[in-house]
Design a protein around this ligand. Sequence first.
Ligand code: UDX
Length: 432
Amino acid sequence: MKLCMIGTGYVGLVSGVCFSDLGNDVICVDKDKNKIDLLQKGKIPIYEPGLSELVIKNFRNKKLSFSTNLQKSVKESDIIFICVGTPTKKGGSSADLSQIYNVAKEISSSINKFKIIITKSTVPVTTGDEIEKIIAKKNSKKKFSVVSNPEFLREGEAIRDFSYPDRIVIGSNDKKSNRILKNLYNPLISKGAKYLNTSRRSAELIKYASNAFLATKITFINEIANLCEKTGVNVEDISIGMGLDKRIGGRFLRAGPAYGGSCFPKDTKAIITTADRFKSNLSVIKSVIKSNENRSNILLKRVHQILNNKIKNKKISFLGVTFKANTDDMRDSSSLIMIPSLSKKGAIIRYYDPTGFKKEFAKNENVTFENSIKKAIEGSDLVIIHTEWNDFKSINFKNLVKKKKFIIYDMRNIYSPEKIKEQGLKYFSIGR
Ligand code: UDX
């Protein structure tokens, strides 16, 4: 199959590379010439374990190519995946679909034979209808079919999620497209992935509803963790106890800082705006957003308590600042709230993250990047474990630093309270 991925961001690049690895001929298109030049040299603009190797392998095998020429690439392909960004509109909460519609217009001028046009980007329900209208202005409906095929890739696990998905959702009523796409995904279906064919609108909504539900699960357990702290209960027992009920399931019940990243914050807001437009009130998701936005304040309050409300000139170290481990992504990371707030109160902050310096903190006073765990925590009053990188899971704090009296606030519950207390350290965690 000849595939064209439009947009070489997270979704387009990972999906394109993985499709080429399954034996398809894939062209990845982006209007950003710098990005395309880098990719052609085998340099990857994002941090994703395993991606670089796959890009180099398939580029060398000539199964994968990169281009800035959208129209030519569309003409040469049978299936077009739209993978451009749908960020939150500036100053609003709905998804900005301008990139999607611009791409649809460009595609509409390049339809030289039957094409399947797929939205992989997360788009509000009914966007597929709009794309169809745009393309139909210049083309007969017999020459194309617009399908929704949402992605469920997690950053840091994207290649595994592509190769072993729980499900593949294809939203289309067009028999020909469904047959072709089932064939395209057959290597994954034969390994056990569930294949679900729905209407286009259903597929669009499945993506938003899934992300909103996962965000709800996390927020739910975060609030239960608050109660656990007040009642002397261990939230991990609650997660295990709840998760063993198959109707609930154990995943996404890890209490921690506010959820962040490129999807949950954006998609929960966008589904609400879409629902409001259809005069439907998603009150549960509205509460989830509010609770999550307040989460960083709750954790900051705890930091104040831990330091007896004396923040000025306190040396605070952050281990990890990205929104989760195995990504360099800072989008909506709770560290973006916590670090500036503590810096404003006069704390002296050092941070270490395996993915390096973050420009996001460059303007904050007394916030410095250190290039090792040791340098970041030496002489600290409080060490905050903000992100659950493996590098932080077995630190021998006592051996690593000279200063023996400092406090640890483990926001990801990666240490056992009993074991860390054996090292004579004062230790706080989440919901236990
Ligand atoms: C998410 C969805 O999981 C994926 O299916 C979708 O297509 C894209 O968005 P991603 O944003 O990469 O993926 O990360 P994910 O692993 O889902 O984590 C999102 C946030 O939730 C992170 O801040 C993470 O730390 C937090 N989280 C996750 C928890 O706090 N507790 C959990 O138990 C799980």
